[in-house]
Design a binder for this molecule. Structure first.
Ligand code: SAM
Length: 356
């Protein structure tokens, strides 16, 4: 959990090392119950309302207090619990910044892959076969191994943009790019943030047919990203490694390159460069490693996460520069936001006129 301005509290770091406590408290609805209660509750009242054991509930609540996810005060010898600011902001379902869907996805999918980290390090590959019995030679067939799993993934991934969307989209002024295509844009959550930050821009989402179909069924998509009826009514339902890419002034690639090997990234970037309008560009949104690859810790953990769940890794600015330059992009600028995700803008030259 991160406040998007780079401030990580001690509690947040500790919570990261105790995911099971966080997952259980979220799944049981502890934070929602305490948010709805008119006053702080004792462990017995929490247990009664959640239908849980009083023994287990008391242990869980007190551990949440140590993790600074809850606060406790003792009145007439009785411990009464309430949410902290951290949990009120990020763990209560009614909060616009709630990360609950992501936590549910981490608990049910990511955490199970992490259970095979040792084997992933031995093998150098993701652990879908070990964790779920599904082959991953087609990566997204493993990630989307059922309709429900695809929906959980899409719900989970959109959460972060309520916190980190503005910092990454505001890292560069995108208003000179009237037509934007969010490649691998998933539920359309980042595209929505983009149109709200740049109301004059049109943002289209490009993703696989199944993802677009799920987005249309379960998310406010694509209507919410259409501006004045000018955006394409139908989002692009295609394969970005094979099918033609639409022409645009700017392509967004958010958390896409980190899924893939250098070879696949090069292929995708070259295809985007080929489709990009002269004077246009690409905005890569990823968690940047330090120049020497050692830190920040969050980016390193994400990189291990890519090992257990994808074919890719997190990269340093120099590694992204090299990939972008090889695809033909120039004038590469990297901006760290101080939050979870950073932004890299690279331009395609006007033919014969240099950089815009
Ligand atoms: N950009 C979104 C975000 O940051 O929330 C989603 C990132 S997710 C890690 C990668 C996205 O790429 C998914 O939405 C996935 O469906 C899409 N994707 C993967 N392979 C694809 C392909 N071959 N063609 C089109 N989209 C693809």
């Amino acid at each position: 959990i991160h406040d998007g301005r780079g401030a990580e509290t001690q509690a947040e770091g500790e919570a990261g090392s105790m995911p099971g406590v966080l997952f259980a408290a979220c799944e049981l609805g502890v934070f929602d119950l305490l948010a709805e209660a008119p006053e702080p509750l004792g462990a017995a009242a929490v247990a009664a309302r959640l239908g849980t054991s009083s023994h287990g509930t008391e242990l869980l609540l007190d551990t949440c207090v140590s993790l600074k996810l809850l606060q406790v005060e003792t009145k007439t010898g009785k411990a009464l619990y309430q949410n902290t600011e951290l949990s009120s902001t990020y763990l209560v379902r009614a909060s616009p910044k709630c990360q609950g869907n992501m936590l549910r996805y981490l608990a049910r999918t990511t955490y199970l892959c992490w259970g095979h980290l040792t084997q992933a390090v031995r093998d150098g590959r993701n652990q879908y076969l070990e964790a779920f019995g599904v082959p991953s030679d087609q990566l997204f067939s493993a990630i989307y191994r059922s309709e429900d799993e695809r929906l959980q993934f899409m719900r989970g991934l959109q959460d972060v943009w309520s916190v980190s969307g503005r910092p990454v989209l505001g890292a560069f002024d995108l208003s000179p790019f009237p037509l934007i295509c969010d490649v691998g844009g998933c539920s359309g959550a980042l595209a929505k943030e983009c149109t709200s930050l740049y109301p004059a821009c049109r943002v289209a989402v490009f993703d696989t047919p199944e993802v677009v179909q799920t987005a249309e069924k379960h998310f406010s998509f694509p209507e919410a990203i259409e501006k004045d009826g000018k955006s394409p009514r139908t989002p692009f339902r295609r394969d970005f490694f094979k099918d033609p890419l639409p022409e645009a002034d700017l392509y967004i690639l958010a958390r896409v390159l980190h899924d893939w090997t250098d070879e696949r990234c090069s292929r995708l970037l070259a295809r985007i460069h080929g489709a990009c309008k002269p004077g246009g560009g690409v905005l890569v949104i990823e968690s940047l490693l330090a120049a020497d690859g050692r830190g920040p810790l969050t980016a390193q953990l994400y990189s291990l996460n890519m090992l257990v769940q994808t074919e890719g890794r997190e990269r340093t600015p120099a590694q992204y520069r090299a990939l972008l330059a090889a695809a033909g992009f120039r004038h590469v600028q990297c901006r760290r936001t101080g939050g979870l995700y950073d932004a890299i803008l690279a331009m395609r030259y006007f033919l014969g006129f240099g950089v815009r």
